[in-house]
Design a protein around this ligand. Structure first.
Ligand SMILES: *Cc1c(COP(=O)(O)O)cnc(C)c1O
Length: 396
């Protein structure tokens, strides 16, 4: 069907979108309404950790949809219990609450920390977050985020989120008062431009929060589920946080998130937290299928191997075209362009024919790569060849 035949104006305008409609996906590939294929290095924003429509997710959805969709969050269901058990066995956390998105998981983390502060810290409620961080699009998570301009869009903000500088422990120390209940950060700032918190900084934060008897919250919506080469990003620095949030990868493409905490922090009582779809078996059954794949030992080893390859090849490209290098953890990487040509590259790559390439530019001078974690070396090579072609065209 031609693009002009779609009634796109029936949708609210929330972001500029290219004039194509995606109709099918398989692994690293998407197909649009004209039958054109695209090599997809966005994967739904680091969501499809096993690629588009993998068989394990299809099978889990079909099997579970025949059995039970949603008995109500006021009842136990088997997939909800099984996934929570798996997550607690594979992490340093003891309790899980499932959500439908990353923002909802973070909103829950904020509520949990404030509740804990009421019970243990004289009503302390401030959560120190970081400049350029991204925690979601609810009012509280937008207020927690350090995106420039977000403090005014829907003013007044939710109060209580002073901002420190990533990888600067003194900037955190300066903000701690008797009102502080927690520090919250992404182990790698994703939307902010793929900026890793150094292992040293993570360790300093753990020591500092312990010293003050406050909580450390990691937002692993983007870094969790094998993205960094470890199952969870906090494992890169060998620390154990108090609260973690997951989404994106854990659903492999379906809406699923999770809020996890240590036993001592699990202070919600009935009435504090809930939601109609939270822990619904249709989604948690998918989470089980995804986690089983991602936690196979050879799976994470292959993520590390491909990450090292991608990193080295991006560095070569950088040298070849006089760019500013690359950074990231695992298969969440960025190429530093040195000038504001990100949007131009994204458009030129998408418009390549007969096959297009989908890339993301979270900042004007940066390209971000977030392929499926089971991307092949051939697909990495194909992306690199296409990107090289685009960079050559732009140089002319
Ligand atoms: C995407 C993202 C979120 C928000 O998740 P949604 O599912 O879009 O609500 C929160 N934190 C981080 C680090 C993210 O990357």
């Amino acid at each position: 069907m031609e693009f002009s035949q779609y009634n796109v104006n029936a949708l609210m305008y929330i972001t500029p979108r290219p004039e194509i409609v995606f109709t099918e996906g398989s692994g690293m590939w998407l197909t649009d309404n004209n039958g054109k294929r695209y090599l997809d290095f966005l994967q739904g924003w680091a969501v499809n950790c096993l690629g588009h429509s993998p068989a394990v997710i299809h099978d889990a959805l079909v099997a579970q949809s025949k059995k039970l969709l949603n008995p109500s969050p006021a009842f136990y269901n088997a997939p909800m219990i099984e996934l929570a058990t798996m997550l607690t066995e594979k992490s340093c956390f003891d309790r899980v609450f499932f959500t439908n998105s990353g923002a909802e998981a973070n909103e829950g983390a904020i509520k949990l920390a404030r509740k804990w502060g009421q019970l243990n810290k004289n009503g302390a409620f401030e959560i120190i977050t970081f400049d350029h961080s991204f925690h979601g699009r609810t009012l509280a998570t937008m207020s927690a985020s350090g995106k420039p301009g977000w403090d005014t869009i829907f003013a007044p903000q939710v109060t209580g989120f002073p901002k420190a500088d990533l990888n600067d422990i003194d900037s955190v120390k300066q903000l701690i008062t008797d009102k502080t209940v927690a520090v919250m950060l992404e182990p790698v700032q994703g939307e902010g431009g793929v900026i890793p918190a150094s292992p040293e900084f993570m360790q300093q934060l753990r020591a500092l929060t312990q010293e003050h008897g406050i909580l450390l919250i990691v937002d692993e919506v983007q870094t969790g589920m094998g993205r960094t080469g470890e199952l969870f990003g906090y494992q890169l620095s060998g620390i154990e946080p108090d609260i973690m949030t997951l989404a994106k990868g854990i659903g492999g493409g379906v809406p699923l998130g999770a809020l996890l905490c240590r036993e001592a922090v699990a202070c919600f009582v009935p009435g504090d937290q809930g939601g109609t779809y939270n822990g619904a078996p249709l989604m948690t059954a998918v989470g089980i299928a995804v986690l089983k794949e991602v936690s196979k030992p050879e799976f994470l080893a292959s993520v590390k191997e491909k990450a090292a390859y991608l990193s080295a090849e991006l560095l070569k490209l950088s040298e070849e075209f006089g760019l500013q290098g690359e950074r990231g953890e695992g298969l969440l990487r960025a190429l530093k362009l040195g000038s504001n040509i990100g949007a131009q590259i994204v458009e030129a790559a998408r418009n390549m024919a007969p096959v297009g390439l989908l890339l993301n530019s979270p900042r004007p001078d940066l390209l971000r790569f977030m392929p499926a974690l089971n991307v092949t070396k051939d697909e990495l090579d194909q992306m690199l060849a296409m990107l090289r072609e685009v960079l050559q065209q732009l140089k002319k």
